[in-house]
Ligand binder design. Structure first.
Ligand SMILES: [Zn+2]
Length: 415
């Protein structure tokens, strides 16, 4: 017999209470959370979530990089699980919701299914990934990155914090160095709920963000080299002023982004002037360029345009200009089936919604390399995160969790 689950809703108060209880571990005076990856506080947070998982009847698997998978059996346990998850580590001045919401929303989905005795054909899993924030140990999104093979377990183990402690030692010390080989764990579909970390939903007065993709980024160092000289005796036509040439390139970064709306982004955020003296014509200026967009094709066009503009400016001015690409992350389009499940669950529940492309990285990017994946965003106050004042409304968190519930049920199939 197939149960009808149309009217099924999660318990928003229970979700909120769980968030507030977890937020007490590492709570800061300003109302935020400081629970850095693989510290004693991280262990306490992990222990609490694992205890809640066990109490909800889930079995626990830990892999060698400390990713934790909590599993609710399906009626056909041979099927790959429909998974949801995120992270519970935070920034040094982190908030209560970033990551934690994605994990506890998954737990709330399982608790709701338990309350109503609902079985699913595919198993359901709630995961939390090690060191998503990358604050204590680099690289970011470490657990999901090792899981999908973006870098090796040895590379991750060797990462050191400022005191010289390694990921391998710290995982062992807190008791979360598991046995399972990372990635040796099939996933049928992956969902991640997260606060938006941007202002778009709040500005548009929407409750749910359907996330079709995560932006890619291209980072450059640009160095303009001229000649230092005295600001007084040197006539204007005999100068090789690196600052004035840099000042021609900088507005072009913004102009390029504006030529590729709505997701083109262009930022110059860092600048060094040599010798940085009031009465010396600058001999060298170095600055950063950050270009982003949602498709490889558009990001490549932006790359071609900045490259051509810099070449032309070098020819026009006769100064030496070096443009070096120092980082590239391709855009991550999410899977149409998973995005579709989020979209139809949102429509069924009647929440005001819009598409929001993520400008920040998430574990879902790495999960997407292995399984159909997608994300659900809810608004956060003033779009602020990575800050102790990070805030979100209980009703929005509840709505996002209801969307997660129905989207996961569509994939896992109620029996
Ligand atoms: Zn996060």
């Amino acid at each position: 017999m197939t149960m009808t689950t149309e009217a099924l809703r999660i318990d928003g108060k229970r979700l909120w209470d769980a968030l507030m209880e977890l937020a007490q571990i590492g709570a800061t005076d300003k109302g935020g959370v400081k629970r850095l990856a693989l510290t004693d506080l991280d262990r306490q947070g992990r222990d609490l979530v694992v205890r809640w998982g066990r109490e909800a009847g889930m079995t626990i698997t830990i892999d060698q990089i400390g990713n934790v998978f909590m599993r609710r059996a399906g009626t056909n346990d041979a099927l790959p699980p429909v998974m949801t998850g995120s992270h519970i580590d935070t920034q040094p001045t982190g908030g209560k919701f970033d990551g934690n919401y994605g994990v506890l929303a998954g737990l709330e989905v399982v608790r709701t299914l338990n309350d109503h005795g609902i079985r699913t054909e595919a198993p359901i899993e709630v995961a939390f990934w090690t060191n998503e924030e990358g604050s204590r140990f680099v690289p970011v999104m470490m657990g999901s990155g090792v899981f999908c093979g973006a870098f090796t377990l040895e590379h991750a183990y060797a990462a050191k914090d400022v005191d010289g402690k390694t990921v391998g030692e710290e995982l062992e010390r807190i008791g979360y160095r598991g046995d399972q080989v990372p990635g040796d764990h099939p996933i049928g579909a992956y969902f991640e709920t997260h606060i938006e970390q941007g202002p778009v939903l709040e500005d548009a007065d929407k409750v749910i963000g359907v996330v079709p993709a995560v932006m890619g980024l291209s980072w450059y160092d640009c160095t303009v080299t001229g000649m230092e000289a005295h600001a007084g005796p040197t006539p204007m036509h005999l100068r090789r002023d690196a600052m004035q040439v840099a000042a021609k390139i900088i507005p072009e970064v913004v102009a390029i982004a504006n030529r590729y709306p709505p997701y083109g982004r262009g930022t110059v955020g860092m600048m060094q002037v040599f010798p940085n003296s009031r009465n010396v014509i600058p001999g060298q200026v170095k600055f950063s360029i950050d270009l982003r967009n949602v498709s490889d094709e558009l990001l490549n066009r932006m790359h071609d345009e900045i490259t051509a503009f810099v070449d032309q400016t070098a020819r026009d001015t006769g100064l030496d200009i070096k443009l070096e690409r120092v980082s590239y992350y391709p855009p991550c389009p999410f899977h149409p089936d998973v995005v579709g499940a989020v979209r139809s669950a949102t429509a069924k529940l009647g929440y005001p919604a819009m598409d929001v492309v993520s400008g920040a990285g998430h574990d879902a990017i790495y999960a997407a390399r292995l399984a159909p994946s997608g994300m659900i965003f809810v608004p956060c106050k003033d779009g602020i995160s990575h800050n102790e004042i990070e805030d979100a409304q209980p009703a929005h968190l509840e709505a996002g969790c209801n969307v997660l519930l129905h989207a996961m049920l569509e994939r896992a199939k109620v029996v």
